[in-house]
Design a binder for this molecule. Sequence first.
Ligand code: NI
Length: 184
Amino acid sequence: MTVLSLREYPDPILHQKAEKVEEINDALRQFLDDMLETMYVDKGVGLAAPQVGVLKRMIVIDAEQEEDEDGHHKKGKPMFLINPEIVYKSEETIFFCEGCLSVPKQSADVERFQKIKVRYQDKTGTEHEIEAEDYLAVVLQHEIDHLDGILYIDHLSRLKRGLLLKRLQKMRAEKEKEKQKNPQ
Ligand code: NI
């Protein structure tokens, strides 16, 4: 399996709309496995194809993975969703603190639908519908947003987004300084 390289804000690909997947074949299934591997390596709960530079409507999620006391990673329930589409949204909403591998080490509260229904195709092309609420619903909405070129920070007020991006910039500058001090 290959660990893919992650695109980070402000990479313009993160703000582009992904295209529908028309053909599900072995190469695509391999790519989905690589996405899952990448997500686990980078300690994410979900990953969307545009985050690894591919503008296709595909996401992987594992909202039930765990880490034991020794820091060993345990797979939970990996899910592969091709052409996911939200077909129902509850009126009720919830706030949840979100982060994103493409906006490293930052987080903020985002308002989401508390319950959704998602229609998607699995790795064999079979269509399914799942109902999700709370945490899983939040993760699904976050990842499906990626397919429409939307990051969680786009849901924040200008002020909150500005502060978050300033923190991101500062963190990157410090990392850069550290690198120059300790060149490898
Ligand atoms: Ni994300």
